[in-house]
Design a protein around this ligand. Structure first.
Ligand code: ADP
Ligand code: MG
Length: 580
């Protein structure tokens, strides 16, 4: 684990080492105060003459030692904090780099709560270990070892007596670790569940209220909080008694030394002076001993956190190479493509060819795999088997940047950043002028509703988040795609939210816009795909029918059923509108 920390520490490691060195000196300064005390006691016991000068010398010595201890301690901790924050920065940057390489879909599935906890809370909690745990732990340990070696030189028997509390205290510490570690996973898991539930609860507040589910969701929320409290308490309860034991026993270095040592002195097995020196020095061991153990108790926690961090980022990164696009045209080919989000496969052996400059539709029931098929084309995930190519070049060979320039994907879950609508659309083409942005917005039928907003194009997406309907958000992402003007356009139920009037308008714009481009539409309303050059019908992750609208109707199969259902729903809609 330390290796890992040093790996992320890099340029900060020198500071860490220096801080340990300074902290060791601080410990010796503390020990020095006890040595001055020893000088005085030794003289008193031996009935030697104590001159005022001598007293003054000792008092000054103690004072200077204490001041030096403070100075070195502070300087040491300054350095260790600098090193710690530097290391955390490196850690976050390198995690961010890894996160960026993860398939987008994997990130989505982790949940914001978990990611936030790892990125912010867990990494922050490493600070304690880096700034205090390692430097103080190591320096105190070194200090203790040096002092014990010193004690052994003075009188090995007395030194042994001073060390008796260590095994006793360590037994308690070990017991505490083993109880703590076994519960740690549960404890952290309950924390994560609580985090995710809170975020889910807050995000879903609107839905929860509309559907009168407050009670149910509140209950889930409450249960996760209670659960967390119970786990934390049970963890601490198991550890507290042992903590008390080691806290009491470990620093009590005089426990054996005082009775047995004085007996040894009386019997002449040890010298009085040595005895007093050992007593004084072992008194100086109490604080370092406690520090070492309290920092040791951090180690399992930190190890757990680092493991979790790495597990999170252990997903294989996206297969991505850096080639430019070298295809001669924009023909899209799926060859024997299979894919699953987890073990369960959701797409099986898909084969399809999409000629450039044509309109292709994916249709099928909800859950049949249409969106997944589209997401694979924009490389949200790696395929499990088979290849997807554009112009005969495997998309895995291109960098995401290159692929993104080829394909515009308007997803079902439209995502707006919290910046102005102008900037949100401009993402499609960062160098676009305001006029170009407004023109794209106009084409996507956005102008009307945007102009109604208080600040028009300069309204922040977050501020109008609740004012914009799903259809309006989708049209903004559509404007983004229009502005981007990529040769391949994928629209995932892009008009699903639009009412029929708007839909007709958008359709008209699209027909104009996609001239000379390859268009893939995923459509719920089949009336929008009757003019497609080819239609792929999906069912349970397989292509079961393929052809033009007319071909498919003749087949009398699934498409025919879908089409009839669609006709009925249209009739129903017309009948309902007529009633109004
Ligand atoms: P469609 O767009 O046709 O409605 P999808 O492609 O969204 O279907 O989904 C196909 C299958 O994959 C469904 O069974 C769905 O439950 C599953 N699925 C979709 N997204 C995920 C995901 N992020 N993690 C796990 N399973 C998913
Ligand atoms: Mg879908």
């Amino acid at each position: 684990m330390l290796k890992k920390i040093f790996y992320y520490g890099r340029e900060n490691n020198k500071k860490t080492v220096l801080s340990i060195f300074l902290l060791v000196i601080a410990i010796f300064c503390q020990t020095a105060t006890f040595l001055f005390v020893y000088q005085i006691i030794d003289k008193i016991v031996k009935n030697d003459l104590i001159t005022p000068n001598f007293m003054l010398f000792c008092a000054a010595g103690i004072l200077i030692s204490l001041i030096l201890q403070t100075v070195f301690y502070k300087k040491g901790l300054d350095l260790s904090h600098e090193a710690a924050y530097g290391t955390l920065m490196n850690l976050r940057i390198s995690l961010q780099g890894k996160l960026e390489k993860l398939p987008l879909g994997v990130i989505e599935s982790k949940g914001i709560g978990t990611l936030k906890k790892v990125f912010v809370d867990d990494i922050d909690s490493l600070e304690l270990l880096l700034a205090h745990g390692i430097p103080e732990g190591v320096s105190n340990l070194l200090g203790i070892i040096v002092i014990y070696i010193f004690l052994i030189f003075i009188d090995w028997k007395l030194a042994l007596l001073a060390a008796v509390t260590i095994p006793l205290g360590l037994i308690a510490v070990m017991l505490m670790y083993s109880t703590g570690s076994s519960r740690m996973a549960d404890y952290y898991k309950s924390g994560q569940i609580m985090n995710n539930t809170i975020i889910e609860y807050v995000n879903g507040m609107e839905v929860v209220k509309v559907f009168n589910k407050s009670g149910e969701y509140y209950e889930k929320f409450r249960r996760s909080i209670i659960n967390y409290r119970d786990f934390t308490l049970s963890w601490y309860k198991a550890c507290w008694p042992l903590m008390a034991v080691y806290g009491a026993v470990l620093p009590c270095t005089l426990m054996a030394n005082l009775p047995v040592g004085s007996w040894m002195v009386i019997r002449g097995y040890a010298g009085l002076s040595e005895y007093i020196l050992v007593l004084c020095l072992s008194l100086s061991l109490g604080v370092p001993l406690l520090r070492v153990t309290s920092f040791m108790s951090m180690i399992p926690q930190v190890r757990y956190k680092i493991e979790e961090l790495e597990k999170l980022l252990d997903n294989p990164p996206l297969k991505e190479r850096e080639c430019e696009f070298t295809g001669k045209d924009y023909e899209i080919k799926y060859e024997d493509v299979s894919f699953g989000y987890d073990e369960k496969e959701v797409l099986h052996h898909i084969n399809l060819v999409i000629r450039p400059d044509t309109k292709t539709a994916f249709v099928g029931e909800s859950g049949s795999g249409k969106s997944t098929l589209a997401k694979l084309l924009v490389h949200y995930y790696d395929v499990k088997e088979g290849t997807i190519s554009i112009g005969n070049q495997n998309i895995c060979d291109m960098s995401l940047r290159v692929l993104n320039n080829l394909v515009s994907y308007v997803s079902q879950d439209n995502f707006l950043f919290n910046m102005s609508l102008m900037e949100n659309i401009r993402i499609g083409k960062p160098e676009a002028t305001d006029d170009e942005v407004i023109e794209a917005a106009r084409k996507a039928q956005c102008t009307e509703f945007i102009e109604k907003l208080p600040d028009g194009f300069y309204t922040l997406a977050g501020d109008c988040g609740n004012q914009l309907s799903g259809g309006e958000k989708q049209r903004i992402t559509l404007a983004r795609a229009i502005l981007k003007n990529a040769p391949i356009i994928v629209l995932d139920e892009a008009t699903a939210f639009a009412d029929s009037e708007n839909e007709a308008k958008i359709e008209a714009v699209l027909t104009e816009f996609v001239k000379g481009k390859t268009l893939i539409v995923i459509a719920h309303r089949l009336s929008t795909v009757t003019n497609a050059d080819q239609i792929y019908v999906l069912k349970n992750g397989e292509v079961i029918e393929h052809g033009t609208h007319q071909d498919l109707l003749h087949l009398q199969g699934t498409y025919k059923h879908l089409w009839e259902a669609h006709q009925r729903s249209l009739e129903w809609q017309i009948a309902r509108e007529a009633k109004k």
